[in-house]
Design a protein around this ligand. Structure first.
Ligand SMILES: [Zn+2]
Length: 91
């Protein structure tokens, strides 16, 4: 399945990511990987397996997320999710 979400709001973040065309995440939607990472980070999910998460994502052939590393996208999303959670907890 190909991702049909509009990830325009994540374009600037996608531009920061390294290109990756190999490995388990090949062709997976890096923007969806970012969103999954953000969600996991926000929930402080420490029990996940990145390979499992990535393999459940849709593929992408278009947009700024094309051929971007889903691993890096997931990690960046996780980091931003944790930061957002920390902000909320400290208020
Ligand atoms: Zn997507």
């Amino acid at each position: 399945m190909v991702c049909e979400k509009n990830h325009q709001d994540l374009k600037d973040l996608m531009d920061l990511l390294p290109t990756d065309q190999g490995g388990v995440g090949r062709h997976k939607c890096a923007a969806c990987a970012y969103e999954a990472g953000y969600e996991a980070g926000y929930n402080l999910d420490g029990s996940l397996r990145i390979d499992t998460v990535l393999s459940s994502l849709e593929e992408s052939q278009a947009g700024a997320q094309r051929h971007k590393s889903p691993h890096a996208a997931f990690a960046l999303g996780y980091y931003n999710g944790v930061c957002e959670r920390t902000k909320v907890d400290n208020q």
